[in-house]
Design a protein around this ligand. Structure first.
Ligand SMILES: [Zn+2]
Length: 73
């Protein structure tokens, strides 16, 4: 199985080791954001993509998660 974002081998949750790390960071930061400004998961993902301070790895993961969110609706 390949990573949902790149073509590396999957480590867990459908992500490779590097994207999984970015994914856990996204989850961690979301907890902080939620408390600070009551932002929704999808709003938060959009913010990550817009934020120039966010690393490329996190942006890739956010993009993928947004795609999945839209598929669910
Ligand atoms: Zn990857």
């Amino acid at each position: 199985m390949k990573c949902k974002v790149c073509s590396r081998e999957v480590s867990d949750e459908g992500f490779c080791e590097l994207h999984l790390k970015a994914y856990s960071n996204i989850l961690l930061k979301f907890e902080v954001w939620k408390k600070a400004c009551d932002v929704s998961w999808s709003q938060y993902l959009v913010q990550i993509q817009k934020n120039s301070l966010t690393g490329e790895w996190a942006k890739d993961v956010a993009k993928q998660l947004i795609k999945e969110e839209r598929k669910d609706v």
